[in-house]
Design a protein around this ligand. Sequence first.
Ligand SMILES: *Cc1c(COP(=O)(O)O)cnc(C)c1O
Length: 409
Amino acid sequence: MSGQGFTTKVVHSDRLLNQEHGAVHAPIHNSVPYVFEDAQGLIDVFQGKQAGHVYARSSTPTLEALQYKIKQMDNGVATVLFSCGMSAIVSSFLALLKSGDHLICSIFLFGNTTSLLGTLKGYGIEVTMVDATDIEQVKAAKKVNTRMVFVETIANPATQVCALDEIGDFCESENLVYVIDNTITSSYLFDATTVKASLIVTSLSKYVAGHGNALGGAVTDTGLYNWESYPNIFPAYRHGDSAMWGVTQIKKKGLRDMGGCLSSQSAHLISVGSETMELRMQRQCQNALALAEFLDSHPKVAKVYYPGLKDHAQYSLANRLFKDFGAILSFDLVDEEDCCAMLNKLDIVVSATHLGDNRTLALPVAPTIYHEMGLETRQKMGISESMIRCSIGIENTEDLIEDFRQALV
Ligand SMILES: *Cc1c(COP(=O)(O)O)cnc(C)c1O
């Protein structure tokens, strides 16, 4: 299996788990409890001596099939699914950090993750946010109580690319848990094991599901972090294969105790969506580059933010690490006043938040998704007040360019 290409593995993943009746998709199991032939069977599953399901908050056969698929996509050793990306992120933080611990984060993060960091501070977890495109800033932030470093791949909306490989080397030498939110690149564009990520977090709601019809999240353990040396693993999870300790704790805390579980219905939609992720992303990246180049040469556009443009500060890093440059692009208009008028003139491109959708979506960044954090934080994150963010879809390239051309006259 391991020698096969990305999509070959994905489309045959369910089938190879021996589904009943030869089904090519894992069936949607809606049952909440699971019954055993005798009490010992129930006891064995509870005690982890036997694989199985007892209650849908922790697992179902449908979730197990998707978990296996995401684990393969991420090149990991184990995956846990969540109700959405935020649930995957908060569960990783709350399961692995405690009061008095220190967390280093990129300053270029999804807005809700930045907001969540404020909540963590209230629980006594120290957080330092740094410009993680610069490895020296990450190194300088390290303290004796630092446990974890958290970064994204291509930042939304201003498309900065963190020093992902150098941070990986640093985390390895300092024995820090390295968490990469791989949502914007996805496992198809970026194999985060190549930069030594310990955990890969993904919002499945975006490119993996792809159709704007399901929320989901995942945490994959890459097997590269040695949990035996991690002080916050509870005694209950310090037995058996130590590669599973971290992911078991995230699962027990995040799903069983905190209830961030995915439904089997959504898992099915995500699983079907994942079959075409490579094809969709290839088209989306192609469209994004064509549009970035079109906008970059347009007299009404002041600046385009896209890592595939050669004057992007991290172009060569992105070129080296990723299969392609992704499908998020942002731009500033010369005349800031025109922002909403331009968006209203677009016919095909819809004004909406969300990203990774089949449809191209655009929104004014400062008054919407980055409104709550205020002007000062926006400036630190490189977000201009007139920035428009686009998540490029799978429409035909000429139609997208034509839509922007007519809206920019
Ligand atoms: C959307 C997103 C999330 C949150 O995912 P949800 O599934 O919407 O909860 C986290 N990180 C990044 C980078 C995202 O784009």
